[in-house]
Design a protein around this ligand. Structure first.
Ligand SMILES: NC(=O)C1=CN([C@@H]2O[C@H](COP(=O)(O)OP(=O)(O)OC[C@H]3O[C@@H](n4cnc5c(N)ncnc54)[C@H](O)[C@@H]3O)[C@@H](O)[C@H]2O)C=CC1
Ligand SMILES: O=C(CO)COP(=O)(O)O
Length: 335
């Protein structure tokens, strides 16, 4: 049995608490918002996970020291925009070699840092890892079969995360490609906004499949330029997560996109979804990274124009359709 502190009690932190508690670990769940965690402790439910009763024995706290004290593993589960400020608050309680597994998916807008890079900057004494893949909280919290990948540069760390999280309903692979996992995780949210917008416009399944495929090409192009590995983008944290986020009714990014496609502004859509829409924050970072690495990302560019420059969604799709004629990438030379 491991002692685990989960930093963040949104839907994902809570679903992970359910998984890890059912795996027999001692689980402490922390929230920055005392009223939120008190309500969860009282009702053993989460407002955005209807029908799920939280298992017995989870410890609920708004005290960061309590959440971190004597823990074998911490899970960073706050939305990406709060990862830096939360890591700063964790500093006084963070011991040498403390393992922190990031599960937040994003790239910081002003620094272009990934989540484990932020954690390392703020908590240099910590050991970091990442857990990612197609894993909606709504399904994980109900014990539905899910597969993820645990990433660390160190094999023993990745394998420790794997053995802590793995269960008959949650299969975990390992990978040394932390950057590939983190870039796939953050960038798929931007493409999922585009997929949602296409749904909101009433465009069909062909358009969806095209966005997933060409979106993956953009993600892999940028990720590989940054140092990620091709195979990672064909794996669970790449195409796997992109598919589920573009297709699932649970996806916050897709749902926000649908509303935008129907004519809502970005702000109205985010308000309506009520949970974090990470793609909105990662979109600007993705555009900046595309520029920095001189990589073509037309879908990311159009999403930015729709979100932040008032471009009508229909016009964005038309502009994607009317781009210059291209070859689909192939290693096979022409005859
Ligand atoms: N929900 C899901 O199915 C999955 C989410 N993720 C990732 O997990 C991260 C968290 O997402 P969700 O749990 O869905 O978010 P959520 O929208 O359900 O929860 C947001 C939480 O943010 C917390 N919060 C508010 N202000 C804060 C502050 N100042 N400092 C720290 N925390 C604060 C609140 O406790 C709130 O519960 C995101 O990066 C998301 O991409 C990853 C995989 C699955
Ligand atoms: O990352 C996720 C599933 O793997 C969650 O995606 P959304 O934030 O779009 O719901």
């Amino acid at each position: 049995m491991e002692k685990i502190g989960i930093i963040g009690s949104g839907t994902w932190g809570t679903a992970i608490a359910v998984l890890l508690r059912n795996n027999g670990h001692e689980v402490t769940l922390w929230s920055a918002i005392p009223a939120e965690i008190e309500e969860m402790a009282k009702t053993r439910t989460h407002k955005n996970l209807p029908g799920v009763t939280l298992p017995e024995g989870i410890i609920y706290t708004a005290d960061l020291e309590e959440a971190m004290k004597d823990k074998n593993l911490l899970v960073m589960a706050v939305p990406s925009v709060f990862v830096r400020s939360t890591a700063q608050k964790m500093k006084p309680f963070c011991k040498e070699g403390q393992l922190i597994v990031d599960v937040a998916k994003g790239i910081e807008e002003n620094t272009l840092d990934t989540m484990t890079q932020i954690i390392k900057e703020e908590l240099p004494m910590a050991e970091t890892a990442v857990l990612s893949g197609p894993s909606h909280a709504e399904e994980v919290s109900r014990g539905l079969p899910t597969l993820c990948v645990a990433g660390s540069r160190k094999k023993n760390v990745a394998e420790y995360v794997q053995s802590t999280f793995i269960s008959p309903v949650f299969r975990v692979y390992t990978s040394p490609d932390v950057l590939g996992i983190e870039t796939g995780a953050a960038l798929k949210n931007v493409v999922a906004l585009a997929a949602g917008i296409a749904d909101g416009l009433g465009y069909g399944d062909n358009a969806k499949a095209a966005l997933i495929t060409r979106g993956m090409a953009e993600i892999a192009r940028l990720g590989i330029a940054m140092g990620g590995k091709y195979q990672t983008y064909t794996g669970l944290s790449g195409i796997g997560d992109l598919i589920v986020t573009c297709a699932s009714m649970h996806s916050r990014n897709r749902r926000a996109g649908i509303l935008i496609g129907k004519g809502y502004t970005m702000e109205e859509a985010m308000k309506e979804v009520q949970m974090v829409v990470e793609g909105v924050y990662s979109a600007k970072a993705a555009r900046a990274l595309a520029k920095k690495y001189n990589v073509s990302m037309p879908i990311v560019e159009e999403v930015n124009q729709v979100l932040f420059e008032g471009k009508p969604a229909k016009e964005a799709v038309a502009d994607l359709m009317l781009r210059d004629k291209r070859i689909e990438h192939s290693d096979l030379p022409w005859e």
